[in-house]
Design a protein around this ligand. Structure first.
Ligand code: BG6
Length: 520
C-alpha cells in the first residue's frame, strides 16, 4: 500500500481512492491472447509489488465456459512471478463469468458478481473498471451492454433518465484498432462518447507506457540543455524507427486488413512524434499534455503517396529459421495477391514556427534484421568544420527498446598525441546507470494509471481524430491499390529505396559510427 501511496503522490494528478475503496477490475475477452499474455500478467505483477489495492477483485469475462483454474493455466506461462504462493494468492482474487458480448444475460450475471464482491467488501466508494481486450467488431455492443447492465441502475430507466449506480466511478479501457480511417473512427468515437464521458474512456496505446517514451517529457522539459536547441535552427531531421525481426505468420489475417501503417505508424510512432515535437505543456495534467499533442498534430498536413516508401517482405532462401524462408504472402491467412505493406517509411512536416522545414521520418517494418525502436534527433552540420571535415553531425538517440538508453553522438579529440576529431558518445545506458532496475512492462504501467484514474498516457477523442486526418487520404489511396509495396527479403534492413528517400529528405548517414553499447 505504501508503494501505491507513493505512486499516487507522484504520478496521479487527482485524488484517487482511499484504502477503504472497493475496486473491481473486469477483463472482458479474458480467454484471449492479449488477456493471457499481457493483462493478467500485468495485474499479477502489480499484485506482487503490492501496488494493487489489497482488496482489489478481478473478474474475467468471456464467451467460453471456463473455470478460474483453466484461466490461470492459460496465463501462468506468461507470468513474471514464478513463485507458486504468489500465483495462487493472485488467482484467489480472480473470478470468472461467462457470457456473450451482445445480449444482456451475461452482463446481468456480471453485474450480480460485481455487486456480490462489493457487498462483501462493504465500502460505499466503489470503482468499477473494465478492460475491453476484444476485437473492434464487439466494442459497441459490449459498451452498450456494460452501460445498461453494469454501469447504470437499469431499474432507474423507468424514471426516464439514467442515474449512476451507487456511489461508483466506472472507467473503461479500449484497445486499438480505433477504426480504419477518419470516418469509421469518428463513428466509433461517437458511439462510445454517447455512452461514456471522456473522463471514463481510456484508449490504450501501449507505446505511451514504455519507459523511454515516458522519459521524453522529462528529458525535454526538465533539461535546460535541450530547450534552446530543440528547434529548426539546430535540428536537421528527426527519425523515429520501429523494427521487428519476425514476420506476421499466424497473424496474417488480422494484419492484412490493417497493414503496417495502421498497425504501428498511425498510432505508436505518431504518439512518439507528438511527444518529441509538442510545445511545453502548462503542467503535467492530462488535459494540458493532451492539448499540446492535439495542437502539434493540427500543424501536420495529410500524407500523400509521394510521402511514403512501402515494402512487403518475401521469403529469404538463405534465412536461418524456417519462418524466415517464408514471405508475407506464404501465410495461408494472406491473399496471394495482397498489396499490404509490412514496411513503411514516411515523411511528415510540422508547419509551425518550431519545426517548419524539419522532416520527421517515421519508419517501421516487420521481418527485419533486428528488434529496435528508437528516436534519433539529428542536428545540423557544424559550421566551417576546421577539423578536416571529420566532424559528423551530432545525434541525440533515445533507445526505446531493447537496451533502453539515451546517448548523444559526439565528436571528441582522439585520445593520445593526435589532434584529430573522432566520433564517440555521451552514453546513458539504463541498465548500467541504474543497476538492478526492473522496468515495468508498458501494460503494467498503463493499467496502474487506469486504476489510479490518470489519463495522461491514453489517447483522447480529438487527438485520435487528428491522427486519422493525417493518414486517411494516404490510406484510402493505398486501399485502392494506388501504390504497390516493393519486395524486401526477410531479415534485411527493409526497402533500399527508403535509404535514398531519407537521405533526400535531409538526413545525413555517414556510416562511420556504431553505438558502443551495441558493439558488445
Ligand atoms: C502492436 C502491433 O500494437 O505492437 C504489433 O499490433 C507489434 O504488430 C506490437 O508487434 C509491438 O509492440 P512491442 O511492445 O513488442 O514493441
Amino acid at each position: 500500500m505504501e508503494a501505491l501511496e507513493a505512486i499516487q503522490n507522484g504520478a496521479a494528478s487527482k485524488p484517487i481512492f482511499s484504502k477503504d475503496s472497493c475496486v473491481v477490475f473486469t477483463v472482458l475477452g479474458a480467454s484471449g491472447d492479449l488477456a493471457k499474455k499481457k493483462i493478467f500478467p500485468s495485474l499479477c505483477n502489480l499484485f506482487e509489488k503490492k501496488i494493487l489495492p489489497p482488496t482489489c477483485q478481478i473478474i474475467g469475462y468471456a464467451r467460453s465456459s471456463l473455470t478460474t483454474k483453466q484461466l490461470a493455466d492459460k496465463s501462468n506461462p506468461f507470468m513474471k512471478a514464478k513463485n507458486k504462493d504468489v500465483l495462487s494468492s493472485f488467482w484467489s482474487h480472480v473470478s470468472y463469468v461467462s457470457g456473450t458480448y451482445d445480449t444482456p444475460d451475461g452482463f446481468i450475471k456480471l453485474n450480480e458478481k460485481i455487486e456480490e464482491l462489493e457487498k462483501a467488501h462493504g465500502s460505499e466508494k466503489r470503482f468499477r473498471l473494465f478492460y475491453l481486450a476484444l476485437p473492434p467488431s464487439v466494442f459497441i455492443p459490449v459498451c452498450t451492454q456494460l452501460k445498461h447492465n453494469c454501469w447504470l441502475a437499469s431499474k432507474n430507466k423507468s424514471l426516464g433518465k439514467f442515474t449512476n449506480l451507487f456511489n461508483s466511478e466506472c472507467r473503461v479501457i479500449v484497445e486499438k484498432p480505433f477504426g480504419r480511417d477518419l470516418d469509421t473512427s469518428n463513428e466509433l468515437s461517437q458511439a462510445i462518447t454517447a455512452l461514456f464521458n471522456e473522463m471514463e474512456i481510456y484508449r490504450i496505446d501501449h507505446y505511451l507506457g514504455k519507459e523511454m517514451v515516458l522519459n521524453l517529457m522529462i528529458l525535454r522539459f526538465g533539461n535546460e540543455l535541450f530547450r534552446s536547441v530543440w528547434n529548426r535552427e539546430r535540428i536537421a531531421c528527426v527519425v523515429i524507427t520501429f523494427k521487428e525481426p519476425f514476420g506476421t505468420y499466424g497473424r496474417g489475417g488480422y494484419f492484412d486488413t490493417n497493414g503496417i501503417v495502421r498497425d504501428v505508424m498511425q498510432n505508436h510512432l505518431l504518439q512518439i512524434l507528438c511527444l518529441v515535437a509538442m510545445e511545453r505543456p502548462v503542467s503535467v495534467d492530462a488535459s494540458d499534455i493532451r492539448d499540446e499533442k492535439v495542437k502539434v498534430l493540427k500543424f501536420i498536413k495529410p500524407l500523400d503517396l509521394d510521402d511514403v516508401v512501402l515494402g512487403q517482405y518475401v521469403g529469404n532462401p538463405d534465412g536461418k529459421t524456417e519462418d524466415s524462408k517464408l514471405g508475407y504472402r506464404d501465410d495461408p491467412g494472406v491473399p496471394n495477391d495482397s498489396k499490404t505493406a509490412t514496411y513503411a517509411c514516411a515523411k511528415l512536416q510540422i508547419d509551425n514556427d518550431r519545426w517548419a522545414g524539419v522532416p520527421f521520418i517515421m519508419k517501421c517494418g516487420k521481418a527485419m534484421n533486428e528488434r529496435k525502436a528508437e528516436i534519433r534527433i539529428q542536428f545540423r552540420d557544424t559550421p566551417s568544420d576546421i577539423f578536416g571535415g571529420n566532424c559528423q553531425r551530432n545525434e541525440l538517440v533515445i533507445r526505446v527498446q531493447p537496451n533502453e538508453a539515451v546517448y548523444c553522438k559526439m565528436n571528441v579529440k582522439s585520445p593520445g598525441m593526435t589532434f584529430a576529431a573522432e566520433e564517440s558518445e555521451l552514453n546513458l545506458t539504463y541498465h548500467e546507470r541504474f543497476e538492478d532496475i526492473d522496468l515495468p512492462d508498458a501494460y503494467e504501467r498503463l493499467i496502474l494509471d487506469f486504476i489510479l484514474g490518470t489519463q495522461t498516457n491514453f489517447v483522447r477523442t480529438d487527438e485520435l481524430a487528428e491522427a486519422w486526418r493525417i493518414f486517411t487520404p494516404l490510406l484510402h489511396k493505398l486501399d485502392a491499390g494506388a501504390k504497390c509495396p516493393v519486395d524486401y527479403p526477410y531479415g534485411s534492413r527493409g526497402v533500399a529505396a527508403a535509404d535514398e528517400f531519407i537521405r533526400a529528405s535531409g538526413f545525413k548517414f555517414s556510416g562511420t559510427y556504431k553505438w558502443k553499447a551495441e558493439k558488445k
